[in-house]
Write a protein that binds this ligand. Structure first.
Ligand SMILES: [Zn+2]
Length: 304
């Protein structure tokens, strides 16, 4: 089912080298490949001379050194962070320390909802809880630099504090982990929330930037069409879950086995969390029932 989205898994990029991806936009990929990061996290450099860095990346001295080397004869005035996963924000203090740049983001790491009684957060280790921006951005805030203008586009869902950034001069969006060119984004409760995620996708579909530069993977050149594929994909996932529950009540492992055919075994945990995210949303909308709060161990049935 994932192949209904026109993913592009070609990315010939050497880690920690500079590459101009769009006019006036450079990228440096961290050397942190993996099942969730593809070939690595992308740090972007916006402008020339007085520049902004978007997502300094993981806590990796080699990546920080490569990023600083890329802007060696320039001044970094701004750092923007899309969200506080450990592959995106932990290098921020080192880059700030070296450059004196001001750090902009939506806010510190937080969950999309409080924990239920007895629930532990399986995502605890993936969040960068030390991150604090200098300036907190709200949706629609505009930050002007030397030759570039960035608009904050609140896109909660992957995390509660996820911000995409529109580069106004170029009809281009730094999409973070909200939309990626190589795979679907992970939405895992309690840090992520499917209702927020879907609303953020609909919002991006209406905006209509043509080029997305994501946190992982290649640039997305036909972004409007791509976002619509993403929306259809999620709706199809939801329909599959409802179809499965139409046969009998079920738990999450059984639903995952039924609807994620041929999944990378390293991703079954994430698929379970993503299914939980859909089920939370379906329970909130009154379409599905469970006993107590929706949980990863719960049994789910269609609402009577
Ligand atoms: Zn992320």
């Amino acid at each position: 089912m994932a192949d209904d989205i026109p993913f592009d898994k070609n990315l010939a990029l050497t880690p920690d080298t500079v590459d101009e991806v769009a006019p006036g936009v450079r990228r440096v990929m961290a050397n942190n490949p993996g099942p969730f990061t593809f070939k690595g996290t992308m740090s972007y450099i916006v402008g020339r001379g007085k520049v902004a860095i978007i997502d300094p990346g993981p806590d990796d001295p080699a990546h920080v050194a490569a990023l600083l080397d890329a802007v060696r004869s320039e001044t970094v005035t701004h750092i923007f962070v899309t969200h506080t996963h450990r592959d995106h924000s932990p290098a921020t203090p080192a880059v700030k320390h070296a450059t004196g740049a001001i750090v902009y983001a939506e806010g510190p790491h937080r969950a999309a909802r409080p924990l239920h009684i007895g629930e532990h957060n399986p995502l605890d280790s993936s969040g960068d809880r030390d991150f604090v921006p200098d300036v907190r951005l709200k949706d629609g805030d505009v930050v002007k630099g030397d030759g570039w203008t960035i608009e904050a586009v609140a896109t909660p869902g992957h995390t509660a504090n996820h911000m995409a950034y529109a580069l106004k001069e170029q009809n281009l969006l730094f999409a973070g982990d909200h939309v990626m060119g190589w795979a679907t984004s992970i939405v895992a409760p309690p840090d992520g929330a499917m209702s927020d995620y879907m609303a953020s996708l609909q919002k991006l579909a209406k905006r209509g930037e043509e080029l997305y530069l994501p946190g992982h993977g290649p640039a997305i050149r036909d972004a409007k069409r791509f976002v619509n594929y993403y929306i259809l994909h999620r709706k199809a996932r939801e329909a599959s879950i409802l179809h499965r529950l139409g046969k009998s009540e079920s738990d999450i492992p059984s639903i995952v086995r039924a609807i994620y055919i041929g999944i990378d075994p390293r991703l079954t945990g994430a698929a379970g969390m993503s299914t939980l995210a859909h089920l939370e949303d379906l329970v909130a909308r009154g379409l599905v029932e469970t006993d107590g709060a929706p949980s990863i161990e719960g049994t789910y049935r269609l609402a009577a």
